[in-house]
Design a protein around this ligand. Structure first.
Ligand code: PFF
Length: 458
């Protein structure tokens, strides 16, 4: 076991890391990004990025964490490159920004448990009044933040591992159930076509950039969350197979979430698919309507259960997001875990307030900014998502790659990966890792980053 306390076994790490990856990003984020990104073409680019670019980044992050037994910032110092620990600091900043809005969406999901339990399927019609009810959403977000804080303060194997192991499989079964139901509905095939058949004419630069951001976000990469989790993994674990499993599980659940939502959109729009690009409210509007069609007590039970599981999926992710600033402050500032949790929770909650206000309550934050070629103004949450998910995470990934392959050197990375995975030495993956970490990934990520900055500001 890793010296500073760690996962109790291999399954514990896989469950916790998959728990970090699988979350609102898969079930809430992926479908609406697909909707806005023109359907199948987005899915294709996303899948391509996950396996060719993100998997090597994940392997590198986990290996750095395990080698150093340190948090996202301390890891760079421990390897002897203190000057590079700004990458970890960027990760801590990304973690705080992401958690600030993620906690709000998790709060909505939490609130929906009660809406579904009282069979309020009409919530879809009143979604805007729900999100602009500051007292309600503020309280839900606060409760969610307290739950996250409680789990994180219990430490690694006590909290995170246990909940992840039971709830992930249940969530998959539940989604499969809804997928099967949704495929039996009229017009479901139109939805499926939109989702699975790539339309090349829909491809824009923003499709590529958003697919990249979504892939990083969904796999929890580019901000040191997996450096942190890697630091709790034992030396005899096979990192290659763990990382492959985590990627497959995460991508698999995102794909399933799409299979669940798009047939439902086909059904609700009678095949026209209008409204599919409606943004972050997509699942909060479509799913209740569908639970409504099941009707009565059964609909209420299914709906309630669904949002309970969604909240658990979100919780295993919020926990990993909070673990980044917490392990940083515990290790580097020498404060107690409890104190670190309290400070992080307060900072994150405060940073999240403008996102909360930006859903109808305050005009200023609701129509916060307009960039590049976007048609309508983005709310505060949209701006933070653009900065953190789509820009900081790929930038973090780029810097980690440059660091690992050119500063720390790929021989050291190899050595760490090979511990527990002896076959890696003579594998094709190793050759691909060398090529991709040194050249392919940095070049792709850097080009996307530069083009994005130009597109946004000029
Ligand atoms: N991967 C999580 C999701 O898809 O919901 C979100 C996330 C968790 C992003 C942890 C980044 C992170 F470090």
């Amino acid at each position: 076991m890793a010296p500073r306390g760690g996962f109790s076994n291999r399954l514990g790490f896989i469950a916790a890391a998959a728990g970090s990856a699988v979350g609102l990003g898969n079930i809430w984020g992926f479908p609406f990004e697909v909707g806005q990104g023109g359907g199948g073409i987005f899915v294709l680019i996303y899948l391509f990025f996950c396996f060719t670019l993100c998997l090597p980044v994940m392997l590198t992050e986990v290996a750095i964490g395990r080698r150093t037994n340190k948090n996202a910032v301390g890891a760079f110092t421990a390897l002897g490159y203190k000057r590079w620990n700004f990458i970890g600091k960027l990760g801590v900043l990304s973690g705080v920004l992401i958690l600030s809005f993620y906690n709000l969406i998790a709060g909505w999901s939490f609130g929906y448990i009660f809406e579904m339990a009282t069979a309020n399927f009409n919530i879809s019609e009143g979604f805007n009044s729900f999100t602009s009810d500051l007292l309600k959403v503020g309280s839900y977000a606060l409760i969610f933040m307290l739950m996250t804080s409680l789990v994180v303060s219990k430490g690694i194997s006590g909290g995170i591992e246990k909940i992840a192991k039971i709830l992930m499989p249940t969530l998959i079964l539940m989604i499969l159930g809804v997928v099967i139901y949704s495929l039996t509905l009229p017009h479901s095939m139109e939805g499926l076509k939109f989702y699975l058949l790539p339309d090349l004419s829909e491809i824009k630069f923003s499709t590529i950039y958003n697919a990249m951001g979504q892939a990083f976000f969904s796999l929890s990469l580019g901000m040191g969350a997996l450096i942190t989790y890697g630091s709790y993994v034992g030396k005899n674990e096979n990192l290659v197979s763990s990382v492959t499993f985590i990627t497959l599980a995460d991508v698999g659940i995102a794909v399933l979430a799409g299979l669940m939502i798009f047939p439902l959109v086909g059904f609700l729009t009678e095949g026209s698919m209008s409204g599919v690009n409606s943004g972050p409210e997509l699942i909060f509007v479509t799913l209740p309507k569908i639970f409504g069609t099941i009707g009565g007590v059964t609909g209420a039970i299914v709906g309630t259960f669904f949002f309970i599981l969604l909240c658990f999926a979100a919780l295993t992710s919020t926990v990993s997001l909070m673990e980044v600033p917490v392990s940083y402050t515990v290790d580097e500032w020498g404060i107690s875990r409890k104190k670190a949790v309290v400070i992080s929770a307060i900072v994150v909650f405060l940073v999240g307030i403008p996102s909360m206000l930006g859903h109808g309550f305050s005009c200023f934050f609701t129509e916060f900014a307009q960039f590049g070629d976007s048609e309508k103004p983005l709310n505060f949450l949209g701006v933070i998502m653009g900065i953190a998910n789509d820009t900081f995470l790929p930038l973090g990934g780029f810097l980690i790659m440059i660091f690992a392959s050119h500063i720390w050197k790929k021989e050291n990375l190899d050595q760490e990966i090979m511990m527990g995975a002896p076959k890696y030495e003579s594998s094709l993956l190793r050759k691909y890792m060398h090529l991709s970490t040194s050249y392919i990934i940095p070049i792709v990520l850097f080009s996307i980053f530069v083009t994005t900055v130009i597109n946004t500001f000029f």
